[in-house]
Design a protein around this ligand. Structure first.
Ligand code: GDP
Ligand code: MG
Length: 441
C-alpha cells in the first residue's frame, strides 16, 4: 500500500545520519512511484515531487543534524498542504432554510452521506434539518432516504410519486420555510456515468434552490475515476466541497490526494463506514499521517528527537559522574542545543547547560555560533578531541583554517570547554549525579 511504500522509504531516511542530494533524489523517485501506484494524478505527483525535492535538498536541511527527519517532515507538510491544509467546515451562514445539495454518481454514497450529515447537524450543531430525495430514477431511492431519516430522527419530505426533481425541490423549499427548518438537504439522483442529462437536472435544481453548499460525494475506492468524476462535476456546478466516502476501506489514498489539487475544492467530510455516525470532518494532518504510515508523523519526529537526546544525555551523565568531559561530550551538547531549537530552548536541558547558556548569552552568542563551534570540533583530530590540552598555537591555526573560523573562536571554545569540564569535576567531588541538584537546580 501507499503507507507501506512511503513508510519504508522514510524509515531508511530517518535511520541515517548525513544525507546527500543523491539520497534525497533516490527517495523522491520512490515517493513518485508510490504516489503513482496509489492512483494520484500524474500532474499532481509531478508538482508534489518537484516541490518537495527542492525543499529537501536545501542547504539547511542536508547540513542539519537530523536531515532524514527533516525530509520526512517536509514530505508530511507537503502532503497536508496537498490535502487542503486545515479542516474545512460547512458554511451555513445564510438565511434559513440553508440548502445543502448533494451530487455525485450512483452508488457513491450520496444518500447515506446525506443522512449522516443531517444527523451531525442535528446532534452536534442543534440544527433543525429536513431531507428530500430528488432521485426519481431509482424506484426505491426516495423510500431509502425516508428510512434513514427515521433512523436518525430527521424529517424527510413526504413522497409524491410522479414529481420531477425540480418540482420536488420547490416543494421541499416551501415545506422547509413553513416548518422553520434551518438546513434543507437535497439528495439528488446519480447516474452510473457522468452524462449531460444528469448535469442538466443538477443545474436546474441548483438554480431554483440556490444551495449554500454543493457537496460532491465521491467514492475513495475508485481512485483515478473519482478524480475524473470530480473534474467533470466541478466544470458544471459550483462545488463548495467534497465528501470522500469509503475511507474505511483500503483506499489507496490517491483519490484524497488528487481531489483537492485537481478541483481546488476542500474535502469537508470523510465517510468511514456504513453506519450513520461513520462520518468525520476531514483532517489533512491525520490523513497525511496515515498515508505516511506512521500516525501523527510530526509528533513522532519530535518524540524521536527527544529519545535520541535522552540516550545521549544518559551517556553523558555517566561520563560526567566520573568527572569526564571532553570535546566529544561538548559536541554532543552543542548538537542537542541545535536539536532543541537553539539557545533559546536551552534552559530545561542538561544540568550544566544553564551556566553555559548564561555565559554564552553574556558573550553575545547566537545560534550560528553553535554551528561554528560544531565545525571547530569537527576540524580537530580524534586525539585533540579527547585531550584538548594538546591544542597548541600551531594546531589551533590548523583547526581554525579547517573550520573556516578564527583562532580567537577556537580559543573561546576551549575556554568554554574548560569551564564546563571544571563543573563536571565539581559534580564528581559532590558525589556524582546526586550532587547535581544542589549545583544546578
Ligand atoms: P448513492 O447511490 O450515492 O445514494 O449511494 P448510497 O448512499 O445508497 O450508498 C451505496 C452503498 O455504499 C450503501 O450500501 C452504503 O451503505 C455504502 N456506503 C456509503 N458510504 C460509505 C462509507 O463511507 N463506507 C462504507 N464502507 N460504505 C459506505
Ligand atoms: Mg441515493
Amino acid at each position: 500500500s501507499l503507507s507501506d511504500r512511503l513508510g519504508g522509504v522514510f524509515d531508511r531516511l530517518r535511520g541515517r545520519g548525513a544525507l546527500s542530494e543523491d539520497d534525497v533524489r533516490g527517495a523522491m523517485r520512490e515517493v513518485r512511484i508510490a504516489l503513482l501506484e496509489a492512483d494520484v494524478a500524474l500532474p499532481v505527483v509531478r508538482r508534489f515531487v518537484d516541490n518537495v525535492t527542492e525543499l529537501a535538498i536545501g542547504q539547511s536541511v542536508l547540513r542539519s543534524v537530523t536531515p532524514g527527519q527533516q525530509v520526512v517532515k517536509i514530505v508530511n507538510d507537503a502532503l497536508v498542504e496537498m490535502l487542503g491544509g486545515g479542516t474545512a467546515e460547512l458554511d451555513l451562514v445564510a438565511t434559513p432554510p440553508v440548502v445543502i445539495m448533494m451530487v455525485g454518481l450512483q452508488g457513491s454514497g450520496k444518500t447515506t452521506s446525506t443522512a449522516k450529515i443531517a444527523k451531525l447537524l442535528k446532534e452536534k450543531h442543534g440544527k433543525k434539518v429536513m431531507m428530500a430525495s430528488l432521485d426519481v430514477n431509482r424506484p426505491a431511492a426516495q423510500e431509502q432516504l425516508k428510512v434513514l431519516g427515521e433512523q436518525v430522527g430527521v424529517a424527510t419530505l413526504p413522497i409524491i410519486v410522479g414529481q420531477l426533481p425540480v418540482e420536488i425541490a420547490t416543494r421541499a423549499l416551501n415545506a422547509a420555510k413553513l416548518q422553520a427548518v434551518d438546513v434543507l438537504m437535497l439528495d439528488t439522483a446519480g447516474r452510473l456515468h457522468v452524462d449531460q442529462a444528469l448535469m442538466d437536472e443538477m443545474k436546474a435544481v441548483s438554480a431554483i434552490s440556490v444551495p449554500k453548499e454543493t457537496l460532491l460525494v465521491v467514492d475513495a475506492l475508485t481512485g483515478q475515476d473519482a478524480v475524473n468524476v470530480a473534474q467533470s462535476f466541478s466544470g458544471e456546478v459550483d462545488l463548495t466541497g467534497i465528501v470522500l466516502t469509503r475511507m474505511d476501506g483500503d483506499a489507496r489514498g490517491g483519490a484524497a490526494l488528487s481531489m483537492r489539487a485537481v478541483t481546488g475544492k476542500p474535502i469537508k467530510f470523510a465517510g468511514t463506514g456504513e453506519k450513520l455516525d461513520a462520518i468525520e470532518p476531514f483532517h489533512p494532518e491525520r490523513v497525511a499521517g496515515r498515508i505516511l504510515g506512521m500516525g501523527d508523523i510530526v509528533s513522532m519526529v519530535e518524540k524521536a528527537a527527544a529519545t535520541i537526546q535522552v540516550e545521549d544525555a544518559e551517556k553523558l551523565a555517566a561520563r560526567m559522574s566520573k568527572g569526564q568531559f571532553d570535546m566529544n561530550d561538548l559536541r554532543t551538547q552543542l548538537r542537542q542545543m541545535q536539536n532543541m531549537g537553539g539557545l533559546g530552548a536551552l534552559a530545561g536541558m542538561m544540568p550544566g547547560m544553564k551556566k553555559a547558556k548564561a555565559a554564552m548569552a553574556q558573550s553575545g552568542m547566537d545560534d550560528r555560533v553553535l554551528l561554528r563551534m560544531d565545525a571547530i570540533i569537527g576540524s580537530m583530530t580524534v586525539k585533540e578531541r579527547e585531550k584538548p590540552e594538546l591544542l597548541n598555537a600551531k594546531r589551533k591555526i590548523r583547526v581554525a583554517k579547517g573550520s573556516g573560523t578564527q583562532v580567537q573562536d577556537v580559543n573561546k571554545l576551549l575556554k568554554m570547554h574548560q569551564e564546563m569540564a571544571k563543573a563536571m569535576k565539581q559534580i564528581k567531588k559532590m558525589g556524582g549525579l546526586k550532587g547535581l541538584g544542589a549545583l544546578f537546580g
